[in-house]
Design a protein around this ligand. Structure first.
Ligand code: ADP
Length: 652
């Protein structure tokens, strides 16, 4: 349902646009059609008006031309030359006189021919008497103009001359004497010059007779064609009068009316194939505006066909202008709407952007505040951690020192013993020396004093070693020679080793082997390891005199870039239940007072401080073996996978 609703929302604007486009297109089509027809009507009307003026002029000029000769036959009939000839038609002298007269009249009037016929229609005199195609002795009784004139009417006739074969207009009047017709005078006028002057661009001017046959035309090819099909009566009449006999058969003009604008004005299609029954315009047909006027005094009609193509082009241009105008208006409206829409979108986008920006700013501010809070917290945590580290380090130092003191405490019995021996020797030697002095045995005195000196020197050595070991010094890592440090450690345990009859082997390769550490702390580690080894080999009591001595081996060498120091003993070794707790603080298997359980824990912490490791390993002497690994240079890194697995830390 939700999806449908969303679709409907999306479809609605689209459907609206399609409807608007359809409405706009319909409006354009209607407007174009209206523009087309209106423009065509207006253009046709203006063309009709212009043509109407011209047709009036053409028809007036035609009538003027006809009227010019209207009087001439009657005038000629009045002349004595003509009248006397008609009274004596066969008199050659009168014929000659009449011929001269007619020739003169014809020249003055500018007609084609002026001639006189007797009552039988035979020409007795003619202006062209001396020309090859003379009318003299030609009978024109079949011509309508002759028949009209002899009957007392004015003869008017257009036709093609049977002698000259040239078209002309014939005027004829009867000649009477005593109320009786004695002959006919006729004038033939050439109207061709007239229609030749009619040529006008894009216009055809036609004059049709009462039968609908074109006999004058601005285009020669149109002459002697009929506007409509001729009836058989008309055809037989034309044959009898031989009106257009010399022009051959009379075809129909391809003229087809398409619309009648007024009784005298219509739209026609002209040209193309002969018009048939088909209503469609023949191919090649051109549209014309046709206007007609009757020619006064005749049964003729003057037709003017004006090319209406430009009317069509005006109408089409108008339709195109209308379409363009409405289309442009539509585009303008569309583009304005689009611009408004775009502007709205831009504003909306700007508002959304501003909102997003504000939100971002707010979030950044909140995040910054949280960060600065977190940072403050972190700083205080760092401070706390640092203080804790410092406290831890101080504690560790204290612990290391405490461990050292513990070792010293454990060694105190041996040290006391070590010091008591020279002390009692000193006491005895000094008593003896006094006696030797009283006895005067100076050599003995000297010998005793020398021994006293040696003994006090040895005691000084012991106390200075103890003092050196007990010293609380700042830890500094640098390359330290292993040999002298081991010697100092062994010196402190010397008395116990001797008392326990322990065979101790010391091997350092090379002798000057150095490791990165602090000498005092390394000595503490070695003292711890050696003390444990001595404790282990002495656990089952000291070996009986003569028995095989207990063994302690100390080796130091370079191994895979590390300084490897191993302390092994022939004691009972480390029990599997003890091994996991070996490096735990306060873990001890020694009897009360003999151990605090801090030695290995402190030693491991010290070694880790050097960047080294301390671990147990299977011993070669049957007892325990501790392996110490120290860095041989400052740049050496401690490999993570090589961290001691049994190593315990003071932090847990
Ligand atoms: P303490 O010596 O005070 O007991 P240590 O941390 O030095 O404390 O030693 C812890 C325990 O590790 C000892 O009590 C002992 O059980 C065991 N141990 C240390 N060294 C050896 C050794 N060389 N042989 C056998 N056991 C040992």
């Amino acid at each position: 349902m939700l999806g449908f609703g969303t679709d409907a929302v999306m479809i609605r604007p689209l459907r609206g646009r399609v409807l608007a486009l359809a409405a706009w297109t319909a409006l354009m089509i209607v407007a174009a059609a209206a523009g087309y027809s209106t423009a065509k009507r207006i253009a046709m009307a203006s063309l009709a008006e212009a043509t109407s003026h011209r047709i009036d002029i053409y028809s007036a000029s035609l009538q003027a031309e006809l009227h010019r000769y209207d009087y001439l036959p009657a005038t000629v009939a009045l002349s004595s030359e003509v009248r006397e000839l008609l009274q004596h038609p066969s008199d050659p002298a009168l014929q000659a006189r009449a011929n001269d007269y007619l020739q003169t009249i014809n020249e003055k009037a500018g007609a084609s021919a002026v001639y006189v016929m007797d009552t039988q229609g035979l020409t007795r005199a003619a202006s062209n008497w001396n020309q090859p195609l003379s009318f003299v002795n030609i009978n024109f009784s079949y011509r309508p103009y002759f028949r009209d004139a002899i009957a007392g009417r004015s003869g008017r006739f257009y036709g093609i001359g049977t002698v000259s074969r040239e078209p002309g207009y014939y005027f004829a009047d009867g000649v009477e004497r005593d109320g009786r017709a004695i002959g006919v005078t006729a004038v033939k006028v050439d109207l061709d010059k007239l229609d030749q002057a009619w040529s006008h661009d894009g216009e055809k001017i036609l004059v049709v007779d009462g039968s609908g046959i074109v006999f004058l035309a601005s285009e020669k090819a149109l002459k002697f064609h009929a506007l409509a099909n001729l009836s058989p009566d008309t055809r037989s009449r034309l044959a009898s009068t031989r009106q257009y006999a010399e022009a051959g058969s009379i075809d129909r003009i391809a003229l087809r009316p398409t619309a009648e604008l007024s009784p005298e004005t219509s739209v026609v299609e002209f040209g193309g194939a002969q018009p048939g029954t088909r209503s469609a315009a023949p191919p090649g047909a051109v549209e014309y505006l046709m206007q007609s006027r009757p020619v006064a005094g005749t049964d003729w009609r003057m037709l003017v066909l004006s090319d209406a193509q430009y009317v069509e082009s005006v109408a089409r241009t108008s339709a195109a202008v209308v379409v363009f105008a409405i289309g442009s208006a539509g585009l303008l409206v569309f583009s304005l709407r689009q611009r408004r829409h775009l502007a709205q979108q831009t504003i909306a986008a700007r508002v959304a952007l501003q909102k997003a920006h504000d939100e971002l700013e707010r979030k950044v501010a909140a995040r910054t505040e949280a960060l600065s809070d977190a940072n403050g917290l972190l700083q205080s945590e760092i401070g706390e951690r640092r203080r804790a580290e410092e406290a831890l380090k101080a504690t560790l130092d204290e612990l290391v020192h405490a461990g050292k003191m513990a070792v010293l405490g454990q060694m105190s019995a041996g040290v006391t013993h070590e010091l008591n021996q020279p002390l009692s020797a000193l006491r005895t030697l000094s008593a003896n020396t006094v006696e030797y002095l009283e006895l005067g045995r100076h050599d003995q005195v000297v010998s005793n004093l020398r021994m006293i000196g040696h003994l006090s020197e040895r005691m000084g050595d012991i106390t200075s070693q103890l003092k050196k070991f007990a010293r609380k010094s700042a830890v500094e890592l640098h390359l330290v020679a292993i040999g002298p440090v081991l010697d100092d450690a062994l010196f402190l345990l010397d008395q116990r080793i001797r008392d326990g009859r322990i065979a101790l082997h010391r091997r350092i390769v090379p002798e000057n082997l150095s490791a990165l550490c602090d000498a005092n702390r390394l000595e503490q580690v070695l003292v711890n390891l050696l003390t444990n080894a001595v404790d282990a080999v002495e656990r089952d009591g000291r070996p009986a005199p003569g028995a095989a001595p207990a063994l302690i081996d100390i080796t130091a060498a370079l191994h895979e870039g590390w300084v490897a120091i191993e302390v092994s003993d022939s004691g009972p070794g480390i029990d599997s239940s003890v091994a996991p707790h070996l490096f735990e603080p306060f873990f001890t298997t020694k009897p009360q007072g003999a151990g605090l359980g801090l030695g290995l824990a402190i030693s491991a912490a010290i070694v880790r401080g050097f960047g080294g490791t301390l671990r147990t390993q299977p011993g070669a002497l049957g007892g325990a073996s501790f392996a110490l690994r120290l860095r041989s240079s400052v740049t050496q890194l401690f490999p993570a996978e090589d961290r001691p697995i049994n190593e315990a830390t003071l932090h847990g």
